[in-house]
Design a protein around this ligand. Sequence first.
Ligand code: SAH
Length: 350
Amino acid sequence: MSDKKDIKSMPFELLTTELAERGYPKFRASQLYRWMHKDLVDSYEEMTNLPKKMKEELQTAYDFTKIRMIDRQISQLDGTQKFLFAMPDNSLVESVFMKYKFGNSVCISSQVGCRMGCRFCASTLDGLSRNLLPAEMLEQIYAIHRITGEKISHVVVMGTGEPLDNYDNLVTFLHMLTDENGQNLSMRNITVSTCGIVPRIYDLAKEDLSITLALSLHAPTDEKRRQIMPIAETYSIRELMDACRYYFDTTGRRITFEYSLIANVNDTEEEARDLWTLAKSVGAHINLIPVNPVKERGYQQPQMTAVRAFKEKLEKQGINVSIRRVLGRDIDGACGQLRHRHLTEDGSVD
Ligand code: SAH
């Protein structure tokens, strides 16, 4: 990657300061920010109200992140669209567009690959290459808007990567996506999903953001969790629950527990009961997801009847449970599958 700063990764305040140091007044920063983050143009040529000299100066001084679409799959079942994008250095990243009753949602990746090693997940099969810049996260949303022409009201950071392993860029991204000079998305319409990096959950609680935090729990005991998620070797469920309670008390925002049901691994009645106890202790909602089988992994989905039984067991105890609607099963639905397929079939993107 180039060693220049990326102009599209600068929050409004920072952009204003950078331009002030070059002698440009604040209204120029407003104009530029709007072109990049509200009008979503992807070249200086289109920024018609900026002086030519200023544009040339900025073009030389800074990087200007652009991403390219490499592949697009559209589900015939439900209109879900999956995109494969190449970053400026040709790193590949996956994003998904989903239609819901409440609006359109985009699921973005936060890293190129992932180093968390969850056993059921395709995103981690090729390891971590690097963190994504704020602009590379934003551009996934912008590009999908440009390509589909659809308005995007919700964003979930649930694609490839561990967002809290790319903490500073994630927080900058959240501020930029919700900036009134840009897309002005509501914080309440953004969900960040983590495998549970405890110190960063405390940090995030202190940022004073009203996003939804989702915790990928997937097992209610340390022993079971360690079998499927290496991060559980570092942080115990007890430490995680303390962090969740702190998050809820500080932000007033309920946490969601993500629980991927895997046949014969984490789907017993006893596990439903233990999960209920944990959710109750921190006031969490539960999102059940029948595991998406990844051929390299060999885990199976429980029968739908078993999924419903697990759900009923929790609901009988008064816990708010939803089964995540399964979207895009016909288009490599699971996280990281499209990218992994491209990497293994053909490493290059040109
Ligand atoms: N690293 C973050 C976000 C990316 S994964 C996290 O761990 O939360 C987004 C969600 O999809 C997580 O809950 C993850 O555990 C889940 N997931 C990954 N692979 C899956 C699969 N094959 N089937 C079902 N859920 C899966």
